[in-house]
Write a protein that binds this ligand. Structure first.
Ligand code: GLN
Length: 291
């Protein structure tokens, strides 16, 4: 046996704490450690509690994960997967890591939708596909189309549709550029359009954590300070022809731009506009019905 490679899990756990506690705090470091030993070696937390002499024949994977955590690489990218709305999702640097606030958006849509209806739903800026896939899974009668500008993101989203056994039509288009929107979409009407587009203003960068800034795709996050609703405006314009009358528009939004979003939807004759907060009491979602 190669002694360098054999390490007790307890020793590795101590190494994790020594190297990472200053960055993340003890509790978070334990979380990382237990997620990694379960994911890489199938060893659960209680097993280590029961047998503290448990060890690894080959510790390369977990030590290289430690190195990446030290560089503040998100654990979801290190593992290559995460969970969203109770479903497994693959994630890599081409897509945002699905966020809990987006789960709240999904819940809101599902609450407001009759599961027996056969609706056509469009997800704009699908990224990992987390919105499209979790809607497809929970509203199985609906026909779902998902659009993204990034071919790499679409690859991930297609993988996630497969992983979750749902059928989604993926379209590569730039919603900001009408001439780029594929013909199959131009002539299609949807009952629901949903989007979590880029909405963080450049000037908000200074308040963001390095693990997000240095790792997640900026194309999926940022908008210009002087044009923060660019994507929402483009989507509202698209909805003019492509959302059915009485169709629903759902957005995840920047917590500071709720009023502007209400105004945008009012100006475009949307009815029953509702702004909704996330669990942190931040304005995070909006919906409106096309008149
Ligand atoms: N909520 C995300 C964040 O704070 C941003 C998502 C987005 O821009 N659509 O990082």
């Amino acid at each position: 046996m190669d002694d360098k490679k054999f390490m007790k899990l307890k020793e590795i756990q101590i190494l994790f704490h020594n190297e990472l506690d200053a960055l993340f705090g003890k509790e978070e470091v334990d979380n990382f450690f237990f997620i990694l030993i379960e994911s890489y070696y199938g060893i659960k937390r209680f097993q280590l509690a029961m047998d503290t002499s448990l060890g690894l024949e080959n510790n390369e994977a977990i030590l290289s994960a430690l190195k990446l955590l030290k560089q503040e690489k998100p654990i979801q990218y290190i593992l290559g997967h995460t969970e969203f709305y109770g479903l497994p999702f693959k994630a890599n640097k081409h897509v945002l890591i699905p966020r809990p606030e987006t789960e709240e958006l999904i819940s809101w849509i599902i609450e407001n939708t009759d599961v027996n209806e056969k609706l056509k739903i469009l997800d704009i800026g699908t990224g990992s596909g987390c919105i499209a896939v979790s809607l497809a899974k929970n509203l199985p009668k609906c026909e779902i189309v998902a659009l993204d500008i990034s071919a790499n993101a679409i690859k991930v989203a297609e993988g996630n549709a497969q992983l979750n056994n749902v059928e989604i039509t993926f379209v590569k288009s730039d919603i900001l550029n009408v001439s780029d929107i594929s013909n199959e979409l131009i002539n299609k009407q949807f009952d629901i359009i949903v989007s979590n587009p880029p909405y963080v203003r450049e000037r908000e960068k200074e308040h963001m954590k390095p693990n997000v800034l240095d790792n997640e795709p900026h194309i999926a996050l940022f908008v210009k300070d002087n044009n923060p609703l660019q994507f929402y405006e483009a989507i509202v314009n698209f909805a003019e022809n492509n959302l059915t009358s009485k169709g629903l528009l759902y957005f995840e939004i920047n917590e500071y731009l709720g009023d502007k979003m209400i105004f945008l939807l009012q100006r475009n004759d949307f009815q029953e506009i509702e702004l909704k907060q996330d669990i942190f009491k931040k304005d995070r979602m909006i919906k409106g019905i096309k008149s």
